[in-house]
Design a binder for this molecule. Structure first.
Ligand code: LRH
Ligand code: MN
Length: 384
């Protein structure tokens, strides 16, 4: 059992987001940190550190235009030399002045055209960088009843998604992300899993849904959504983070490690652990150091996964079949309450890694190196 679990954990693939290494904050303040990257090359160098110390974070998601470069093939070469790869390409149709009333759903066809062209440009970048995944999140929505026609906006959205879908290469896919509010405060055009699922179902197999764990109304049973989408073959990936209130983008597992365990259990139970689902982090380290924040987040996913892999499936099935409610719940809780940190420390040593990635990174000299070297220039952030 342990050998098999270790083999599955060794094969884990968590994708870190380039924007987590840059400065980030809230509308109140962005606190700049020393040593923050100034360009996508430095962001990828930081992401490579996370893989170096965890062994399970081999790709980096990019965000366009935050990660715009002249030569994406060269950026991919740079990543390869550092032992990582380019993962999902994230479009951005939420920061341009033209998108105040929407991007692909905007009443003005000129603005819709501009937004669609950006999405098509992102597919070109996928081709150049060797990425097979486009992640689409639309901030599109309205703030007041009557501001625009909800049905017409869905027609416009469907038209745009159809054009982007047609542009995808045979081995490429796009992941449609939903979010129940913000920045729109009355109606969001892709607010929930059902809307994303319906659009993806209509388009075809290369369109799947991404579940951002911070994008649900309080009290939503996210693992139910995961189980359902997996069953439909429409779960394309996760944007992992955690929250106490809204889209807080805190470290995954920090606010609710039990929820993360329940989600990973449904992934494993549904055969999604090794089926090409993208396990991406989508976080902002507003006040904590960025690279250690990513390392800790990867470790939180590893711990939740290890616990979920420890679930005694046979005992669980027997208790569920016999209607033994308490026994069934106990099987899951036994796994959840298992301290998997020794198992993971052993695994890291078997992978020729330090048992404690946080301590190893802190002692590596890299934190001091980037503070010393990265002087001048413009620190990366949520601006282009
Ligand atoms: C929107 C979102 C989306 C990204 C952005 C960085 O809230 O989750 O996935 O584009 O954060
Ligand atoms: Mn997200």
């Amino acid at each position: 059992m342990t050998v098999d679990i270790k083999a599955q954990l060794r094969a884990q693939h968590i994708e870190t987001p380039s924007w987590a290494y840059g400065n980030s904050g809230t509308r109140f303040k962005v606190f700049a940190q020393r040593g923050v990257p100034r360009d996508p090359y430095e962001k990828i160098a930081d992401a490579a550190q996370v893989h170096l110390f965890t062994g399970v974070a081999p790709t980096v998601a990019l965000h366009i235009p935050w990660d715009r470069v002249d030569d994406y093939a060269d950026l991919a070469r740079h990543a390869r030399e550092l032992g990582v790869g380019i993962g999902a390409i994230n479009s951005n149709v939420f920061q341009d002045d033209d998108y105040m009333l929407g991007s692909v759903t905007h009443p003005d066809a000129r603005v819709r055209r501009k937004a669609i062209q950006h999405l098509l440009d992102c597919v070109d970048i996928m081709d150049a960088a060797g990425s097979d995944t486009l992640k689409l999140w639309f901030s599109d929505g309205i703030n007041y009843p009557g501001q625009d026609d909800i049905r017409a906006r869905q027609d416009r959205l469907a038209e745009a998604l159809t054009e982007v879908y047609a542009r995808l290469g045979p081995s490429q896919r796009f992941l449609l992300e939903y979010k129940f509010f913000e920045p729109a405060f009355y109606a969001t055009d892709v607010p929930d899993w059902g809307t994303a699922y319906a659009h993806c179902l209509r388009l075809g197999p290369q369109a799947q849904v991404v579940v951002d764990t911070g994008h649900h109304a309080p009290g939503t049973n996210i693992e139910f959504i995961v189980a359902f989408l997996l069953r439909e073959g429409k779960l394309g990936g996760f944007d992992f983070n955690s929250r106490f209130y809204a889209d807080d983008d805190l470290m995954v597992g920090a606010a609710d490690p039990f929820q993360l365990f329940r989600i990973m259990y449904e992934v494993i139970r549904g055969g999604g652990y090794t089926s090409g689902i993208a396990f991406m982090l989508d976080q902002c380290h507003n006040i904590e150091p960025k690279i250690p924040g990513q390392i800790r987040s990867v470790m939180n996913v590893q711990e939740a996964t290890a616990k979920a892999l420890l679930v005694d499936r046979a005992a669980l099935a027997a208790a569920q079949t016999s209607g033994d409610v308490l026994a069934a719940n106990a099987v899951l809780m036994d796994a959840y309450n298992t301290d998997v940190r020794p198992l993971l420390a052993d695994l890291r040593q078997e992978m020729s890694l330090a048992p404690d990635p946080m301590a190893a990174y802190a002692a590596s000299g890299y934190p001091e190196k980037i503070v010393t070297e990265r002087v001048g220039g413009t620190q990366a952030g949520w601006g282009a």
